[in-house]
Design a protein around this ligand. Structure first.
Ligand code: NAG
Length: 573
């Protein structure tokens, strides 16, 4: 009976957690309001104001691993950047690997930074601005930003000018575009594997608030940094609110969960679109982003994917931002607009809508290809637009988007959003099977809170039954009721194990002390950054004289509680 009550309580807790998550995952659709069109606002066959740039992330230059990372980076610069000619390239952190030969140890290697610096010098031949920012690997073991092993200062493109976050403004094609680089690395930067979460200090937050005010006069602001907001601790009202008027927040760090979540993108309640990018390290991925007369679009590609196709009008319905983009321009446009880049001339470009051929697109100006269309034919609901292109080297590629002209959004597959709380691998795999290529994964809430919830849940699942059973045990001894007969199935045996643990003083006290120690005890004392000693607790880390809240320790604690439960379960088998 008591067990059932305890079980119901646990189910209720899980239910509440799930409800919170589902509420957090809702994405609202807004209708697109019609507008009178003035001259010069029509999206036609002329270029108008068209700006594009490139992002790359998690390069992880290493002197021990994958010697092709650097030659491939040179190919990226000498081929991709040379063809695309973006005025701006963003490198969102983990520029070097800083990992020892044995993967658990970390160290800053000047040689890795020298190689990074040489590569950037090559790349800068094909772009005006290489905007790099630090990631956690770039601060492993780095006690402070003015330490001699903070090689970012001397070897990166921006480090000589900027120690932390910075803003870069460019004027191109009638646009003033601001890029705000968010440095979320911790100071001191601790060793691997404790250095995972980013932290924005109150002072750092104030600096970013000022940049946001300064950026207000531009036409668009892109925020970028290493850490997704789910792994970035920041003062209230938080980064998602701070960045809410930006066109997007671009980052890396999670490596698309080893490509299990190839489209790790989300639209936050604050109105912010967040786009994590797969890594250079193992997958050689990069991203092209464009603002075509106000409409924002992007495509993620691999280094050898040619031709690179980016459809800019109409845009993908998933990423529509009615308060930031003139979405009404799509329904009034006279041409479908596509950016196509390749190493050789484009020979052929075919467009299909809803699987029906609508014609060939023709080059208009530079990489812009256009095809006349009648948007009225597609005014209601969702439609599929497919572009295939072939270049003179006979390389062919396809690009497909789902668009709408009435504000409809493609429904978000639930599985990906659910993934982080349930069994990530199976849910995601199901989702990938269901919607090939179009799965959206959502980084909801923040990892630190989820880790706390998970830890709290597993901790309670361990402690509560023991305490309840111990109370039952004493009441049975006192003659309040007789001991129930336990069945011989899995749950019966599990309950019997718990019962023995609860009823035997020595075991009970041993477990309780162990669990209390998990909560309050220092887990680890040692050198946590170069020359800096520190202590790690469940709830945070003291290093030097700095307290850093939140770390992977809740996950480690949850794993510990889980293995304790699993151990009890294995006895029951
Ligand atoms: C950018 O903003 C300026 C000033 O508000 C405006 O005059 C200009 O038309 C805008 N450019 C584009 C392409 O929207």
């Amino acid at each position: 009976m008591q067990l059932q009550v305890a079980f119901c309580c646990l189910l209720a807790i899980v239910g509440i957690l799930l409800a919170r998550i589902i509420a957090a995952l809702k994405v609202h659709t807004n209708p697109i309001h019609d507008r009178e069109v003035k001259d010069g606002e029509i999206l036609g066959n002329r270029k108008g104001s068209l700006f594009y740039f490139v992002q790359i992330t998690d390069i992880h230059i290493s002197i021990f691993r994958d010697p092709n990372r650097i030659p491939d980076l040179w190919t990226f610069c000498d081929e991709n950047l040379k063809v695309i000619k973006p005025p701006v390239v963003i490198a969102s952190g983990d520029l070097t690997d800083a990992t020892r030969e044995q993967p658990m140890g970390s160290q800053q290697y000047e040689e890795e930074w020298r190689q990074y610096s040489n590569s950037v010098r090559k790349c800068k031949n094909h772009t005006k601005a290489w905007l790099d920012i630090r990631g956690n690997h770039d601060t492993f073991n780095v006690p402070s930003s003015n330490s001699s092993i903070n090689y970012f200062r001397n070897y990166s493109a921006q480090g000589r000018l900027h120690s932390y976050s910075y803003m870069y403004t460019t004027k191109e094609q009638g646009y003033t575009v601001n890029f705000i680089a968010v440095d979320g690395t911790t100071e001191p930067g601790t060793i691997k594997p404790y250095n995972f979460f980013g932290i924005i200090s109150p002072e750092g937050f104030a600096v970013l608030e000022k940049m946001k005010r300064d950026a207000a006069i531009g036409n668009a602001t892109f925020w970028f940094g290493h850490y997704p907001t789910s792994t970035l601790l920041s003062p209230s009202p938080g980064m998602r609110e701070l960045m809410n008027d930006g066109m997007a927040y671009l980052n890396g760090h999670l490596h698309t969960f080893f490509m299990m979540v190839p489209k790790m993108h989300t639209l936050h309640h604050s109105g912010l679109i967040e786009l994590e990018l797969g890594d250079w390290k193992d997958h050689r991925i990069y991203r092209i982003l464009a603002i075509d007369n106000g409409l924002f679009s992007f495509v993620d590609l691999r280094v050898h994917d040619w031709p690179a196709i980016l459809i800019t009008n109409p845009k993908d319905s998933m990423y529509m931002q009615p308060t930031k983009e003139p979405l009404w321009k799509m329904a009034k446009s006279t041409h479908i607009r596509i950016l196509i880049f390749s190493k050789s001339a484009i020979r052929h470009c075919q467009v299909k809508i809803d699987d029906a051929d609508v014609g060939q697109c023709l080059q208009s100006d530079g990489p812009l290809f256009v095809l006349p269309w009648n948007p009225q034919d597609y005014s209601k609901g969702l439609h599929k637009l497919e572009v295939s292109a072939m270049d003179s080297d006979l390389q062919t590629r396809n690009e497909t988007i789902i668009f709408s002209l009435d504000g409809s959004r493609e429904p978000f597959p639930f599985g990906g959003r659910f993934a982080l709380m349930s069994d990530a691998v199976t849910t995601l795999q199901e989702q990938i099977d269901m919607a090939p290529g179009r799965n959206m994964a959502f980084l909801f809430g923040d990892f630190n809170t989820q880790a706390q919830c998970l830890f709290g849940f597993l901790f309670a699942a361990w402690i509560l039954p023991l305490c309840i059973l111990r109370i039952c045990h004493y009441r049975i001894l006192g003659g309040a009721f007789v001991k129930p007969r336990l069945s011989n199935d899995f749950f019966g045996r599990l309950a019997r194990n718990f019962w023995i643990a609860a009823a035997t003083d020595r075991i009970f006290i041993f477990i309780m002390l162990g669990m209390v120690y998990l909560l309050i005890g220092p887990w680890f004392v040692g050198e946590l950054a170069d020359g800096l000693y520190g202590v790690i607790f469940l709830w945070g880390t003291f290093v030097g004289n700095v307290y850093q809240p939140g770390s992977l320790s809740y996950f480690y604690g949850a794993t510990h509680s889980y293995s304790a439960l699993d151990y009890a379960g294995s006895f029951a088998e």
